[in-house]
Design a protein around this ligand. Structure first.
Ligand code: SF4
Length: 275
């Protein structure tokens, strides 16, 4: 649990448990697994245990809800950064039920449930056929293959807002067929950070920005990650050339992710759906 999350697009993060199983290319350098190992916990894989928490941890969002009510705002809670809420595992059902009850008790919080397993939502989520007003459901779309597969499953579920996390973005992704039908209400994009970060071609980000502009869908560019366009800041020793699907070559340099920043063609993109 973290109050005032460091993630740009949320106020808080909440984890109902820690641990997961890797599923797709986006998971290859899962920072949650790295972080858990760093604090001495082996929680990744189908046979590994999960880490659960005490009532004190579960009380955090109740306090955030009271604060949001006092301030007259809606606060966003990202759930979960150290797990996947819809992992198909029966020992998690008890904790999922506890999470649904917590969501009901916190109407001043917008819960952002981001999953790589949208196909499992309908089996365990109580509001799959009638949107819960304080829940936004999102899925990861790191390349076209996983976008096609996951978005179809996400749109089969009712939601106040459906959103996409295109991060780490690993190829061009065409979203027009869903954006033009208002089936997706928010797109977040970003590159990868961490020691083995894979580069993101700037044209892949530009394409998402342009598709969102065309269909008036809010677009949020979170970060370049470690590989950023050459013009952003001083050159470093580590440099690569990356070609996109059209043959366009771009030179990228490796920097700490804070230095790479989040400016795209001279602008930041901080789009959010209306709460
Ligand atoms: S789904 Fe998320 S938490 Fe689970 S392994 Fe993949 S990146 Fe990590």
């Amino acid at each position: 649990m973290a109050k005032d999350s460091g993630i740009e697009w949320t106020h808080h993060t909440f984890n109902p448990w820690w641990g997961c199983v890797k599923l797709s290319p986006a998971c290859a350098h899962c920072y949650a697994e790295t972080w858990a190992r760093r604090v001495g916990m082996d929680l990744w894989g189908g046979d590994a245990p999960r880490r659960f928490f005490t009532e004190q941890h579960w009380h955090g969002p109740i306090k955030w809800n009271a604060e949001a009510e006092r301030q007259g705002i809606r606060a966003r809670v990202f759930c979960a950064s150290m797990a996947d809420v819809f992992e198909p595992r029966t020992d998690l059902d008890f904790w999922r039920e506890k999470l649904w009850a917590l969501i009901e008790k916190t109407p001043h919080l917008d819960w952002l449930l981001l999953t790589k397993r949208p196909g499992h939502i309908k089996h365990v989520y109580p509001w799959a056929r009638q949107a819960r007003q304080n829940v936004w459901l999102g899925t990861t779309a790191e390349n076209q293959r996983w976008a096609d597969r996951r978005i179809e499953r996400l749109i089969a579920v009712d939601a106040r807002v459906r959103f996409l996390s295109c991060e780490p973005l690993l190829s061009a992704v065409d979203l027009e067929r869903w954006l033009k039908r208002d089936q997706i209400g928010w797109v977040i994009a970003g590159g990868e950070s961490g020691g083995a970060a894979r580069p993101t071609h700037p044209n892949w980000i530009r394409s998402l920005r342009d598709q969102c502009t065309k269909f008036r869908v809010p677009f949020h560019f979170k970060q370049w990650g470690h590989w950023g366009p050459e013009f952003q800041g001083a050159a470093t020793a580590k440099m690569i050339e990356l070609q996109d699907e059209t043959g366009s070559l771009e030179r990228l340099t490796w920097r700490p992710k804070k230095l790479s920043g989040r400016i795209l063609d001279g602008h930041t993109h901080d789009g959010y759906p209306r709460a």
